[in-house]
Design a protein around this ligand. Structure first.
Ligand SMILES: Cc1cc2nc3c(=O)[nH]c(=O)nc-3n(C[C@H](O)[C@H](O)[C@H](O)COP(=O)(O)OP(=O)(O)OC[C@H]3O[C@@H](n4cnc5c(N)ncnc54)[C@H](O)[C@@H]3O)c2cc1C
Length: 417
């Protein structure tokens, strides 16, 4: 039988960060993970350079059934706090786009920082190690007793607190599992149905056939979905794929998209297209197609025209001969292209999982659940960040809040031999 103050399940971003801090506050910490390698998602993130935070991260960059829940943790451990930690470890980084911070060298630098912090905190780590069951001794009234019994590959572990940091369902082939949601349900906590987020959108092959030839084309767009006060929009790059749409614009909107509802795309967001074509009509004799090709990528224009030809619209004529109505209709369709995705590329391609452990059952101060001594941090919680470093910032901030909560709720016990 092994005894620890805290057992953290999941050696990813949130689990390792929490372990290091809790260990440094004097708690005896064990981290378990069923994968052989630590923090595989950090390793593959940001094209190998890890977009580890966003300089401008606030609660407005997150989705949750309870949008204010993340506020406290985010303000108590900010992007600036994380960059200060990297500076102490001599990790070089740079800003790429819209506040997104990346490692200059490699994502491995972030993993090294986390491992070094764990070493300082004398954290014990067992990998690979699977958990078979978690049992809580509800008969024991003492909050200081080892009331949790964890059966795992290496025997039985007793702990005073358990932290679930097993992430979401995205990318099962590198270790994602539904473990966290199962533990939540075992202890009667609510779970908001998990769904893929930051994920490419797909269309049925017939409706996508005209656009499939555009695969690889990327352009800046404004994209939006929702109605009235639920409307949300992003200005980012769109990428056409063989099966549908991807790129930052679509990944962002996918987190808000509801199945069966349309998305709207302005393909020329920096122009007033109706006005621009009306002006062109006054002084240009170019074919409409050629006029459009000065404003949009010509491959897109060709495809658009080809598609419209099938419905009887002919754009292979001079712009000055087109009717005002026809030009306005063309401009409006291009600046408000409304399409309804069939589905998403699913958890195999989703960067994150939206939904998760319902924050109504968690403390925003400590991440402890209504089940005493059981904590949830990182992506397993119903807090989902936008693209651009916000998801890692949530991992750091929720882990920090949890470690502080553990340190104040548990008096450090004697270290195990
Ligand atoms: C391809 C990709 C790129 C990304 N790039 C970025 C980026 O650049 N910036 C950003 O902010 N976010 C990015 N993300 C999202 C980010 O990686 C996650 O939000 C973040 O890793 C969540 O941290 P976590 O600690 O909660 O979970 P994870 O990092 O997923 O860690 C969970 C750990 O739990 C372990 N585990 C799971 N089930 C069990 C079990 N049953 N028993 C034991 N252990 C278990 C897993 O093996 C894993 O080690 C990216 C995600 C992907 C998939």
């Amino acid at each position: 039988m092994h005894n620890f103050d805290v057992v953290i399940i999941g050696a990813g971003a949130a689990g390792l960060f929490c372990a290091g801090i809790a260990g440094q506050r004097g708690l005896a910490v064990l981290v378990l993970d069923h994968s052989e390698k630590v923090a595989e998602k950090i390793r593959i993130s940001g094209g190998g350079r890890c977009n580890f935070t966003n300089r401008d991260c606030t609660a407005a960059n997150f989705l949750s059934d309870n949008p204010n829940f993340c506020r406290s943790a985010l303000t108590r451990f900010t992007a600036r706090d994380f960059t200060a930690l990297l500076q102490r470890h001599g990790v070089a980084y740079h800003e790429k786009h819209k506040g997104q911070l990346f490692c200059d060298r490699s994502a491995e630098d972030i993993i090294k920082v986390l491992m070094s912090e764990c070493e300082t905190g004398q954290v014990t780590r067992w990998q690979p190690c699977s958990v078979k069951s978690i049992h809580f001794d509800s008969e024991n009234p003492s909050a200081h007793a080892c009331r949790y019994k964890i059966e795992c590959d290496r025997g039985t572990v007793q702990a005073r607190a358990v932290v679930i940091a097993t992430g979401g369902l995205s990318i099962p082939k590198i270790g994602a599992s539904d473990f966290g949601y199962r533990v939540a349900r075992q202890f009667n906590l609510r779970v908001i149905e998990p769904r893929p987020a930051l994920v490419p959108l797909t269309f049925d092959s017939d409706s996508w056939a005209p656009f499939a030839q555009l695969a690889g084309l990327s352009l800046p767009v404004r994209i939006e979905c929702g109605e009235r006060k639920h409307k949300i929009s992003f200005m980012e790059d769109l990428l056409f794929t063989h099966r549908g749409l991807s790129g930052p614009a679509v990944l962002q909107i996918s987190s808000y998209w509801t199945a069966g509802k349309p998305i709207r795309i302005n393909l020329a967001p920096d122009l007033d297209l109706p006005q621009t074509l009306a002006q062109a009509k006054l002084h240009s004799r170019k074919l409409i197609a050629n006029e459009l090709a000065t404003l949009l990528p010509s491959r897109l224009v060709d495809t658009w025209i080809e598609q419209d030809r099938k419905t009887g619209q002919l754009w292979q004529r001079p712009v000055n001969e087109a009717s005002d109505r026809a030009l306005t209709a063309l401009a409006e369709r291009l600046s408000r292209w409304e399409i309804t995705p069939t589905t998403t590329e699913g958890f195999n391609k989703a960067e994150v999982t939206a939904g998760g452990v319902d924050t109504r059952d968690l403390s925003s101060q400590t991440m402890e659940s209504v089940q005493a001594g059981l904590y949830f941090i990182g992506e397993v919680v119903d807090v989902t960040g936008w693209l651009g470093g916000h998801n890692f910032q949530w991992a750091w901030s929720s882990a920090f809040a949890c470690a502080q909560g553990l340190a104040s709720n548990l008096q450090p016990a004697e270290r195990p031999a």
